[in-house]
Ligand binder design. Structure first.
Ligand code: S3P
Length: 178
């Protein structure tokens, strides 16, 4: 149905990259990679532990190494950590291997999701995430995420978002081929 290009999901924490990415990979019969999970597996530490013991810069270095590594692969669905594609070098690398799409959600919906998800892995939002913190980070990152085609996820089920991604990838590929 598609070319062998990777499909890479970016977007703020809590926008559904992991859930949607996994469902998309299943739908397309592709392997699914979640960069946070891969880092956790390889380092034997949670993301929060990596931040606490080694600092955020160290985590970003690992993300850069991973971007270079995954850019050599094909036919993957990749859910990236929330800031990984905001690094221009990372985005350039992975753009060569595939199509990068950005999932978005309102600050209110993000707060609701991260509060109920119980993912112990978001050191930047702290122990009890607040709307103010989410809005502040969203504001800082708005321009970065705007570089990618966007898919709104508020009040949508993962299957609906998967359908939308499939449509978008088809139309992007058609445009690139013509
Ligand atoms: C981060 C997002 C997290 C994880 C780390 C930093 C960010 O991934 O990479 O906590 O800076 O946005 P998710 O977007 O999967 O939560």
């Amino acid at each position: 149905m598609f070319s062998a290009k990777n499909i890479i999901l970016t977007g703020f924490m809590g926008c559904g990259k992991t859930t949607v990415g996994r469902a998309l990979a299943e739908e397309l019969g592709r392997c699914f990679i979640d960069t946070d999970q891969l880092i956790v597996q390889r380092k034997g530490l949670s993301v929060a532990e990596i931040f606490a013991r080694h600092g955020e810069d160290f985590f970003r270095v690992i993300e850069r190494q991973l971007a270079a590594e995954l850019a050599q692969e094909k036919e993957l669905v990749i859910a990236t950590g929330g800031k990984m594609m905001l690094d221009l070098a990372n985005a350039d690398l992975l753009r060569k291997s595939g199509i990068i799409l950005c999932l978005t959600a309102s600050a209110e919906e993000i707060l609701q999701r991260v509060a109920t998800e119980g993912k112990p892995q978001r050191p930047l939002l702290g122990e009890s995430p607040s709307l103010e913190k989410i809005e502040q980070l969203l504001q800082q990152r708005y321009g970065g995420y705007a570089a990618f085609p966007q898919i709104a996820t508020d009040r949508k089920r993962p299957e609906e978002i998967v359908c939308r991604i499939v449509e978008m990838v088809k139309s992007i590929e058609k445009r690139q081929q013509s």
